[in-house]
Design a protein around this ligand. Structure first.
Ligand SMILES: Cc1cc2nc3c(=O)[nH]c(=O)nc-3n(C[C@H](O)[C@H](O)[C@H](O)COP(=O)(O)OP(=O)(O)OC[C@H]3O[C@@H](n4cnc5c(N)ncnc54)[C@H](O)[C@@H]3O)c2cc1C
Length: 413
């Protein structure tokens, strides 16, 4: 029988959140329950597919671009609202939270932050409504086959082309001034299902500085390939973007990009949501383990009556409570504009480490049943392998914190 999720909140921290956040949490739990989201994602994980058909439900709840002004399709929501949404979504599956993170933090935020007014008005309202009429799905292309943790070494290039000049590799000429983009982006969430891609390339005519461009799925020379052999984040679409002399008109370069820093700013927003999401994963694993331990009899009594089982539950509970408090404080700092990137790195590091510990502990408490997709912990364990890797690996966040503490950046040795 499907489990009814009973989330824990020992310190009543949710009661300290704004009314908006409390309403959003309640509404999201109701919608996720109505959609049978846990069963749906378990099935989708097994079938290696992202359940794209439910995205419109979250668009109706204004979850996309939620922190942006109404003029751009947003609802001026706080980062606390956004974090709370990420927690509830990732308690179901990291694939669901990933979709929302990418659309909000990695696609809409860079267009909002680096785009022209025309670009904002043209794309943001549509990106706020994926899965609904005229809506758009986006993706964010930074990582390449040979450059992940060190995106500054990217090989994707852009060069200026004047109207009427020949586009290399084809018979056509440039219809207006623009750019020719070449390169490969790999490990891109939603690459194969996106209508629009924000990609980062070194602009030869700008001393090789990283610039952001908006590509559309119909652009000639752009091909997208779904990656199908993953054993993690299976209920999420991950793919590659191949750019072979893609012509991008001038009005699709994001004019306010300030080098690689602009791409990294987006990652910070996404990492904030991931820290909240990690708390959601741990809460879901705890709930699964506790409900199981209360109903499963061994040696003629519930598992939960054993001291060693209680020890495991208590350890999970302490870590969850500590991290719930941590992310609430992160949201306060984010909303007051006092946040530093090191705060967010610690959040991603600590919340995901504890989420993985909780998932492994819960899996163990479920015995053999714990290795099946009938229960969530094994799926969360698999998903966390991706979540710990993307948006800066564990090591990268340790290096960021190491630099913060010592003043010495040891990324290169
Ligand atoms: C499911 C999934 C979805 C993703 N979605 C996106 C997306 O939408 N857009 C996007 O642009 N990217 C995306 N990524 C890519 C992700 O951001 C990269 O995988 C990540 O940055 C790590 O890069 P890498 O895989 O090349 O590992 P590498 O950089 O090769 O690192 C390999 C290992 O070496 C360690 N390492 C590297 N350098 C150092 C050092 N100086 N000191 C110590 N250790 C080091 C790393 O911590 C890691 O453990 C996604 C990845 C996954 C798995």
């Amino acid at each position: 029988m499907a489990r009814t999720y009973k989330p824990v909140d020992f310190l009543k921290l949710d009661e300290t959140l704004s009314k908006d956040s409390q309403v959003l949490i309640k509404e999201l739990r109701r919608v996720l329950h109505r959609l049978n989201a846990r069963e749906l994602f378990s099935e989708s994980f097994k079938n290696n597919r992202f359940p794209i058909e439910i995205i419109g439900e979250f668009a109706k709840m204004d979850l996309f671009g939620m922190t942006l002004p109404a003029r751009y399709g947003g609802i001026d929501a706080s980062y606390e609202n956004y974090g709370a949404a990420c927690r509830e979504l990732e308690a179901v599956d990291s694939g669901l939270r990933s979709f929302v993170s990418v659309q909000n933090s990695l696609v809409m935020f860079p267009i909002y932050n680096c785009g022209s007014e025309e670009q904002k008005l043209e794309y943001l309202p549509r990106l706020a409504k994926p899965g609904l009429e005229n809506g758009m799905i986006g993706c964010f292309g930074l990582t390449e086959p040979n450059h992940g943790s060190d995106p500054g070494s990217m090989e994707t290039t852009a060069r200026k082309i004047k109207k009427g000049e020949s586009i290399p590799g084809g018979k056509e000429t440039a219809p207006e001034d623009g750019y020719i983009v070449n390169g490969i982006k790999r490990w891109i969430t939603n690459a194969a299902i996106a209508d629009l891609a924000v990609i980062w390339a070194k602009l030869e005519d700008d001393e090789g500085r990283v610039n952001g461009f908006i590509l559309l799925k119909e652009d000639s020379g752009l091909s997208r390939v779904e990656m199908t052999n993953k054993l993690s984040l299976c209920a999420s679409s991950t793919g590659e973007l191949y750019m072979d002399n893609v012509f991008i008109p001038e009005n699709r370069r994001m004019p306010k990009t300030r080098g690689l820093k602009s791409a990294l700013q987006c990652l910070n927003k996404a990492r904030f949501g991931i820290a909240w999401g990690g708390v959601g994963v741990a809460m879901d694993c705890f709930d699964e383990a506790r409900q199981y331990a209360e109903s499963r009899l061994q040696f003629s009594r519930p598992l939960s009556h054993n001291q060693l089982i209680q020890d495991s539950l208590v350890e999970m509970y302490v870590n969850i409570t500590r991290n719930q408090a941590y992310v609430v404080r992160l949201a306060q700092l984010m909303d007051s504009g006092e946040i530093e990137h090191a705060h967010i790195s610690m959040g991603k590091l600590a919340c995901l480490d504890d989420a993985l510990k909780a998932a492994i502990t819960a899996r163990d408490m479920l015995g053999a049943n714990g290795i099946t997709l009938d229960y969530s912990p094994i799926r969360h364990i698999a998903n966390l392998q991706s979540v710990i890797t993307y948006e800066g690996t564990r090591n990268m966040h340790k290096l960021i914190l190491g630099e913060y503490l010592t003043g010495y950046g040891s990324f290169r040795g």
